[in-house]
Design a binder for this molecule. Structure first.
Ligand code: ADP
Length: 587
């Protein structure tokens, strides 16, 4: 996060009038909305959120205990901004973009002290810059002027800042530079370094937002198969405790075919963030075998940070995501959990004595959420590249009750909803995504991609599975009343098919070497095998074979082993032909 560079421009310091948790009021502060200020003798970072006459209200991003009236407040005159440049990947930041490892070194603990400043990007590290444009060429705002190998997996593209004028390049050279050193000069006098700043509350400009038509393939059958998210799409995962939220997020971080992952942890319960900080650096990128962190930026609001920092986490995260989008990358941002952010808004709002809305949340909850999710999308960037930011927000509804305001307001905005279900988790059905409650509004716009890249009849086959699961849902009510055996044979068979859909197809073991990732082609073929069983079985039933005999063919239980089969094409070929043969032999 940037500090003010020209403090001279500030007329005079303000004085603290009152302190209420993370909310501090000051008088005589010459400030504008959203200016960053340093509060108290310790210089805690805060942001102006209200100005009324001579009284300025500030939300402070650090713990305020011990800060007293009479202490000074210093205005930087600049909005809350993030430092952008090489070195963000493989970094772990706190909510105001201070690198946690560096702070740890300075303070000897992962739990941060107050008033400690550390630049978001290492000012001393040298990066190898290779120009991609030459002297004399004309560049425009956003244009890529060179490359830097940022990590083992990602090449960083150095761009003309979007708020520059651009023009003819008068000098540019290859070599080793720090992020502060000038790598190119323009005729206009503008100098380009590898470091940019951007105010977090402002979306970075793009030429156009486009309709996303390519899925963010996750390798998770229930997601790709039933509830796909687009590259540039939005999704919410509401999950009660223990329902598999963390495992699902990890699976997405590992397997989703995004180039870059930005993981924002805004103060989950207790020390969960510390867990994430410990877990992530251990994870391996299964596609490259390199550490997952080499394409990940982690922003973790450790739980001892005050609530206001949750908000800055979210905005810092999305701005970093947009910056990589501008380079032409597909970025997936995961926010865990947006409920904590909403709770922070509620707390700040109540301290400001604003009129409360539903369940005490501020009336602007919906607007704040939608402003955040709106920064997702597939974009035509101003430099002509195409990039995307997909946003996946976890929600933690208290008691798993989806009718509460954060879940409801999120639902109105996002187009994919993956409803984690405590009952399924209890029955050890994983991923415990409830197929009756979940949905994806991207299905239709992604169908052409699936038709072309997986199978022509992808939508029809998916619809077949949806119909069987729906029918099962309806039949379950009757079964509970009269028992399964009272059903006609064809309905009994439908229940059996649905059971295979649930157990063999929807369930997927994140901890099994093979099953952890399922190629969409395998997802499709597995469904095909169950459909083969379905079609053959119903024909046998029509020919008069009793339902028990059809269900009990030897090959049927092998359906449950498709997920873990490595040579799945061969496995499924053989299984389908055995099913056909064994069922046909019955009549
Ligand atoms: P939450 O974050 O919602 O509290 P977790 O993600 O920690 O829940 O999941 C709880 C447990 O459920 C995990 O420790 C794991 O045993 C099991 N689990 C969740 N998802 C899966 C999955 N896809 N495959 C296998 N086990 C899972």
């Amino acid at each position: 996060m940037s500090q003010a560079e020209d403090i001279e421009s500030v007329d005079e310091d303000g004085v603290i009038e009152s302190v209420s948790g993370p909310v501090v009021s000051a008088t005589d502060l010459d400030a504008r909305m959203n200016d960053v200020v340093y509060v108290g003798d310790e210089g805690l970072m805060g942001e102006v959120i209200e100005i009324e006459g001579n009284l300025t209200t500030i939300q402070v991003y650090e713990e305020t205990s011990g800060v007293s009236p009479g202490e000074p407040v210093e205005n930087t005159g600049e909005p809350l901004s993030v430092d952008l440049g090489p070195g963000m990947l493989d970094s772990i930041y706190d909510g105001v973009q201070r690198p946690l490892d560096e702070l740890e070194e300075k303070m000897g603990s992962a739990f941060l002290d107050r008033g400690v400043d550390a630049p978001g990007i290492d000012p001393e590290k040298q990066w190898e810059f290779t120009p991609s444009v030459a002297e004399g060429e004309i560049v425009e705002p956003g244009d890529v002027i060179g490359k830097v190998p940022e990590t083992a997996s990602i090449t960083h593209r150095v761009m003309v800042p979007p708020d520059y004028e651009g023009g003819k390049i008068t000098s540019i050279e290859a070599g080793e530079f720090t992020v502060e050193e000038v790598v190119a000069e323009l005729e206009s006098g503008e100098e380009i370094t590898m470091h940019q700043e951007w105010p977090v509350r402002e979306a970075r400009p793009a030429a156009e937002k486009e309709t996303p038509t390519i899925p963010l393939v996750s390798g998770q059958r229930i997601l790709d198969g039933l509830f796909p998210i687009a590259k540039g799409g939005t999704a919410a995962i509401p999950g009660p405790f223990g329902s598999g939220k963390t495992v699902t997020q990890h699976q997405l971080a590992k397997w989703a075919d995004a180039d870059i992952v930005v993981y924002v942890g805004c103060g989950e319960r207790g020390n969960e963030m510390t867990e994430v900080i410990e877990d992530f650096p251990e994870l391996e990128d299964p596609k490259t075998g390199k550490p997952l962190m080499s394409r990940t930026c982690l922003i973790a609001n450790t739980s001892n940070m005050p609530v206001a920092a949750r908000e800055s986490c979210i905005y810092t995260g999305i701005t970093i995501a947009e910056y990589y989008r501008d380079m032409g990358y597909d970025v997936a941002l995961m926010a865990d959990s947006t409920s904590r952010w909403a709770e922070a808004m509620r707390e700040i709002s109540s301290r400001l004595e604003e009129m409360p809305g539903e369940e005490g949340y501020p009336a602007y909850l919906a607007a704040a959420l939608s402003e955040f999710y709106e920064r997702a999308g597939l974009f035509q960037n101003i430099n002509g590249t195409q990039g995307s930011v997909s946003v996946i927000g976890a929600v933690s509804p208290p008691g798993g009750d989806f009718s509460e305001p954060v879940t409801q307001n999120t639902l109105r905005i996002v187009k994919t909803f993956w409803a984690l279900d405590a009952d399924l988790a209890e029955r050890r059905h994983f991923p415990s995504i409830n197929w009756n409650e979940s949905y994806s509004l991207y299905r239709q716009q992604l169908d052409p991609w699936f038709r072309e890249n997986v199978a022509e009849d992808w939508p029809e086959r998916r619809q077949w599975a949806v119909d069987v699961l729906d029918e099962e849902d309806e039949l379950q009510e009757i079964v509970q009343l009269v028992g399964k055996d009272a059903l006609p044979e064809d309905q009994q068979l439908t229940l059996e098919i649905a059971r295979y859909l649930r157990e063999a197809w929807l369930q997927q073991n994140a901890f099994h070497d093979v099953d952890t990732y399922c190629d969409p082609k395998k997802t499709y073929r597995m469904l095909g095998a169950i459909k083969t069983f379905n079609d053959e079985a119903f024909e046998a039933l029509e020919a008069g074979v009793p339902v028990e005999e059809v269900q009990d063919v030897d090959a049927a239980p092998r359906l449950n082993r498709m997920g873990v089969a490595e040579e799945w094409n061969e496995f499924i070929d053989e299984l389908e032909s055995d099913l056909e043969e064994q069922i046909r032999a019955l009549y």
